[in-house]
Write a protein that binds this ligand. Structure first.
Ligand SMILES: Nc1ncnc2c1ncn2[C@@H]1O[C@H](COP(=O)(O)OP(=O)(O)OP(=O)(O)O)[C@@H](O)[C@H]1O
Ligand SMILES: O=C(O)c1ccc[n+]([C@@H]2O[C@H](COP(=O)([O-])O)[C@@H](O)[C@H]2O)c1
Length: 190
């Protein structure tokens, strides 16, 4: 039996906040691996997101060099809206022996009671929650969250997109290799 952490996200682009919560969850909960799951279509985001090929390439670069971080294309290959219940149902079918821990920032912890088939989903995975600047972390009544403390990181993908658009520096907000990819492809410039 392995303990697998899952960090689902749009990763548009992936940044240090994602990497730090993945690492802190791994250490605090003694996870064997953490799998990064880029969404194909994020269930609750209205805006158009960057093409999935770019987001996959950026996550791949961000986690390179850490043998305990893996990229899973399960949601990309399924296409459609990336409901977490559908993902966990499939992962449990493929790996019935493994235990899953879904990693969330406070914004998503607060949203969790509204998720598709949340009662069923909670039978398939545990949840690990992190505080996040700008959001109050509240334990929802419906689901138990394992809270993990860490120094909070006030970085978001939207802040990075905005800074690039304004020709401001994003150095040190994300991995150098991801920054180079964004520059090479001209992402987020307009
Ligand atoms: N700085 C952060 N601190 C804690 N959790 C975070 C942080 N950034 C992202 N997360 C969490 O990582 C997961 C994936 O987030 P996502 O890819 O949507 O990034 P985001 O920065 O929230 O993007 P956007 O600004 O475009 O909404 C979510 O559970 C989110 O709460
Ligand atoms: O399944 C749902 O109803 C659901 C609703 C909102 C978000 N999620 C998942 O939460 C993760 C973070 O979402 P986001 O929109 O912040 O990138 C990502 O894996 C989404 O698929 C899942």
């Amino acid at each position: 039996m392995r303990k697998i952490g899952l960090i689902g996200g749009t990763f548009d682009p992936p940044h240090l906040g994602h990497l730090v919560i993945a690492e802190e969850a791994r250490e605090a909960c003694h996870l064997d691996e953490v799998w990064f799951l880029p969404s194909y279509i994020p269930p609750h985001k209205d805006r158009l997101v960057t093409d999935s090929d770019h987001r996959i390439a950026m996550v791949d670069r961000a986690i390179k060099g850490n043998p305990l971080f893996k990229l899973s294309l399960i949601e990309i290959k399924r296409k459609g809206r990336s409901y977490t219940y559908d993902t966990l149902y499939e992962l449990k079918r493929r790996y019935p022996e493994d235990e899953f821990y879904f990693i969330l920032g406070a914004d998503m912890v607060n949203d969790l009671p509204n998720w598709y088939k949340i009662d069923e989903l909670a039978k398939l995975t545990s949840f690990i929650g992190f505080k996040r600047p700008g959001y109050t972390f509240k334990q929802p009544e419906e689901v138990t969250i394992i809270p993990v403390d860490m120094p909070q990181i006030d970085i978001s993908s939207s802040m990075i997109r905005k800074r690039i658009n304004q020709h401001r520096s994003v150095r040190y907000f994300l991995c150098e290799s991801v920054k180079e990819y964004i520059e090479e492809k001209g992402l987020y410039e307009d």
